[in-house]
Design a protein around this ligand. Structure first.
Ligand code: ADE
Length: 233
């Protein structure tokens, strides 16, 4: 998979050289390219923002550098229509299902907005170059799209076949089956007066599987009842 990220703070993404995604990049499973939006400006000050029409607080990102960046990046591989993602608190909410769907793409482009956002016409223009998605990490506001993009790249990247060494570990995680994951324990079996649940030491695999399933339902009911069928919240 090829991923291009456009940001005015490219060094945010230095962390993506680490751990499993760093390895996926060095082995070629993930071709991640981070770009500075200012490289698509032409004035002395490398200006990317301007005052909003209609007034109001803050600055808005200008359309010209964004259009030039999208033109160049979408043209890199003419055989695929890229998915162009703009992280935004006003977008659809990102879920494990979104991550799974996007992990099947050949080319993702992330456009990280800052300030009060990007000129609205950029989204319409980008739709002439790829499939546009505005995606929110959740119902809170970040200072820009960088942290949201990093979270999405990690969630998507780890689903690319071969990135996580043991694919079984992906199946048993929270949200993969619509429930939260069961609790895990390791040695020692008694720690600071707290024992590991007996069933996990029993060697009875059927009993362990049943207990874990029960724990998944119990935790989901307590912490995230909205995930259970029949919840209208
Ligand atoms: N940019 C600012 N807030 C955001 C959020 N919650 N999700 C995605 N992008 C954002």
């Amino acid at each position: 998979m090829r991923i291009d990220v456009v940001s005015i703070f490219p060094s945010y993404f230095d962390g993506l050289t680490l751990s499993l995604l760093g390895k996926a990049r060095s082995t070629g499973l993930l071709d991640l390219n981070v770009h500075d939006l200012r490289d698509w400006t032409h004035d002395r000050h490398r200006t990317v923002d301007d005052t909003p029409y209609g007034g109001g607080a803050g600055m808005v990102m200008k359309p010209e550098p964004w259009a030039a960046a999208i033109d160049d990046l979408a043209a890199i591989d003419a055989s695929v229509r890229p998915t162009i993602i703009f992280p935004s608190p006003a977008g659809e909410v990102f879920t494990q299902a979104s991550a799974r769907e996007l992990s099947g793409s050949d080319h993702l482009i992330f456009g990280c907005g800052r300030y009060e956002g990007i000129d609205e016409r950029v989204f319409e223009y980008a739709a002439t170059r790829g499939e546009v998605r505005l995606i929110s990490l959740g119902d809170y506001v970040l200072n820009g799209g960088e942290v949201a993009t990093m979270a999405m790249i990690e969630a998507i990247g780890r689903l690319i076949p071969g990135v996580v060494g043991n694919p079984e570990s992906l199946v048993e995680e929270s949200h993969e089956d619509g429930l939260l994951e069961y609790p895990s324990y390791t040695k020692p079996s008694l720690w600071r007066d707290r024992p590991v649940p007996d069933v996990l030491l029993s060697g009875n695999h059927a009993a362990i599987a049943a207990w874990r399933r029960e724990q998944q339902f119990e935790r989901t009911r307590l912490r995230r009842p909205d995930l259970l069928p029949g919840d209208e919240s």
